[in-house]
Structure formats: structure tokens, C-alpha cells
Ligand binder design. Structure first.
Ligand code: UTP
Length: 297
């Protein structure tokens, strides 16, 4: 049976994005014309996901509201002769079923995933971080490729990776690469936020995963790690040491990961999405050009 269930954790506090995130979920921040989590949902739908478990927490109701069908708004647009705007709400009709679970205490990403266990039970599932977009326009099929590889290889897990500058390994889970194949590699280990000198590679975990449900057993056994949080990376590392077979695939350079969890990366993402926007991109590029010319001149 194809993997059609995804867990999308969106319960984090987003402290690196304060003050924006004080009363607004970082997953609802605008990147170009849409909130981050809408890109994530659209990407998952086109990769064959049909059920999305959003793990939410305090202050995150804006996410639930965003995916609801807003009959009142639709009626108002019709009454006011604004039918042309209805296509902006087309995402409400995606072939997705939404399930909301609550992470009652923010104990880290690993813990957030564990909160979805009662829904996932025994089936394999995708994990997609709710604060990360893959590729401009989010047309990536990386999750479909990963689920295919997962099934074909009968792996325990498949993880997407992206090359990062050596100085940035300190922010991510980093791959210790084992045997390399044509379009994937075996993961010998995974190290959470290593020092620049200790990092086994420059391949950073890129916010998309596929797992067998056995992952939950390892998350249960994982104690608090870096930052006093239950780290997904630690659970995967324990699983690999126990004989789990986890594979890595590398994101294509044309499909970078946009991490909306820190300001420098958020600014870059907004700029690139605004510049590539089919409706407003040209005007924005011309503004950006003259702004930079003036600033430099
Ligand atoms: P981050 O690792 O960026 O953590 O989350 P964070 O807590 O949101 O942000 P900072 O570190 O305080 O700035 C990656 C993804 O995992 C979710 C987040 O919502 C985000 O989509 N997450 C993180 C949870 O759902 N629960 C948590 O306890 C932590």
C-alpha cells in the first residue's frame, strides 16, 4: 500500500523568530503570497499524501482556521462581485484529510512526532517539518521519490539531505555516510548539531523523512538530548546502531530547502519567492534592482 499519511509537526515555540512568533505561528508566516504550511500541504498532496496529521500546540489555531473551508468568506466574495479572488482559496479543496493532534508540552521535535502515534499506529508515514519549504513554488516530488525508494528497498527509513556550508553544520542533524549507491546512500549514523571539526559530512537533514512505525519505539526510549528536548536525530541514531536500515537521498540543487526557522534564512526565502512570483515578481525584481543600485551607488 502506498504511503499516504504524513505527520507535520507545527507545535514549536519558534523562539529564534521572536518577536514575530509571540502570538503568531511561524508556520503561518508569509513567504511570497502564501503561509509556509500551505506550501508544505500542497507539496505533500502532489506527492500522493492524502491524510495529514498536524501536531499543534498553544497559539496555533490560525493553522486550523487556514485549512478550514470558509463558507462565509466565499459567500462574501460572491456577493461583493469578487469572484476572481475565489481561486486564491482553491487550496481549501485539496485532496487532503486534516487530523489535528495536540503536543501539550513543547518537548522537542521527537516528542511532537510521538504525539501522532495514536493516529499512525502501525503504518509507515512521512514526516514533513511545518516550517520548511522545498523548492520555489513547492513543486517538489521529493517525498514521492522517497516513499518509492522506501518501498522498493524495504528500508526502515529514508531521509532527505542537503549540502550546507561547513560553518553551518552546527545548526543541523548531519549524515555519517555509509555505502553509496546510484541515487541514495546508506546512513552509517546521524549526528545532531556537531561542531565544525567533528561533523562527519556537510550533508544536513532537510525536513522530509519517511519511516516505519517502529520509529515510535525508539522515540519512546530517547531521553532529553541537546537543548533538553527529545531529538528525532537521537532516536534515528539509536535505531541505526540497533541494525535499522536508514537511507539518505540528496535534494536536487534546483530544489533547495527553505528553512523558515531563523531570520537570515526567512529573509532569503521571502526575497526569492517574491522575485519568482508569477503575478508580482517582475515588479519586485525591478524594485530590488533599483534599490540595490542606489544602495551600492
Ligand atoms: P525547530 O527545531 O525549529 O524548533 O522546529 P522550534 O521550537 O519551532 O523553534 P526554536 O528553536 O524555538 O526557534 C522544527 C519543526 O518542529 C516543530 C516546529 O513547529 C517546526 O515546524 N516542533 C518543534 C514541534 O512541533 N514541537 C516541538 O516541541 C519542537
Amino acid at each position: 500500500m502506498p504511503v499516504d499519511l504524513a505527520v507535520v509537526p507545527v507545535a514549536g515555540r519558534g523562539t529564534r523568530m521572536l518577536p514575530i512568533t509571540k502570538s503568531q505561528p511561524k508556520e503561518m508566516l508569509a513567504v511570497g503570497t502564501k503561509p509556509v504550511v500551505q506550501y508544505v500541504a500542497e507539496e505533500l498532496e502532489q506527492s500522493g499524501v492524502r491524510r495529514m496529521v498536524l501536531v499543534t500546540g498553544p497559539g496555533k489555531t490560525a493553522i486550523e482556521n487556514h485549512f478550514d473551508i470558509d463558507a462565509g468568506l466565499i459567500a462574501a466574495l460572491r456577493e461583493n462581485g469578487q469572484e476572481s479572488l475565489l481561486n486564491k482559496l482553491a487550496f481549501e479543496r485539496m485532496q487532503l484529510e486534516y487530523i489535528y493532534m495536540r503536543q501539550r508540552r513543547q518537548l522537542g521535535l521527537g516528542h511532537a512526532i510521538l504525539c501522532a502515534r495514536p493516529v499512525v499506529v502501525e503504518q509507515p508515514f512521512v514526516v514533513a517539518l511545518g516550517d520548511s519549504i522545498i523548492g520555489v513554488h513547492a513543486e517538489s516530488k521529493i517525498v514521492a521519490q522517497m516513499t518509492e525508494l522506501f518501498e522498493q528497498q524495504e528500508a526502515d527509513g529514508v531521509i532527505a539531505f542537503e549540502r550546507v556550508p561547513r560553518s553551518e553544520v552546527v545548526h543541523y542533524g548531519i549524515a555519517d555516510v555509509g555505502a553509496e549507491r546510484d541515487n541514495y546512500f546508506e546512513l552509517a549514523d546521524l549526528v545532531e548539531k556537531p561542531g565544525v571539526d567533528e561533523a562527519p559530512s556537510d550533508l544536513a537533514v532537510a525536513a522530509r523523512y519517511v519511516f516505519k512505525a517502529e520509529l515510535f519505539d525508539y522515540l519512546e526510549k530517547t531521553g532529553a538530548g541537546k537543548g533538553n528536548e527529545i531529538q528525532l536525530t537521537d532516536a534515528i541514531s539509536m535505531w541505526i546502531r540497533d541494525g535499522g536500515r536508514v537511507l539518505g537521498v540528496q535534494l536536487d540543487a534546483s530544489e533547495p530547502r527553505f528553512d523558515i526557522g531563523n531570520f537570515p534564512s526567512y529573509f532569503r526565502a521571502f526575497f526569492e519567492f517574491a522575485a519568482c512570483d508569477p503575478e508580482h515578481g517582475e515588479e519586485f525584481r525591478s524594485f530590488a534592482r533599483s534599490y540595490l543600485d542606489e544602495a551600492e551607488g
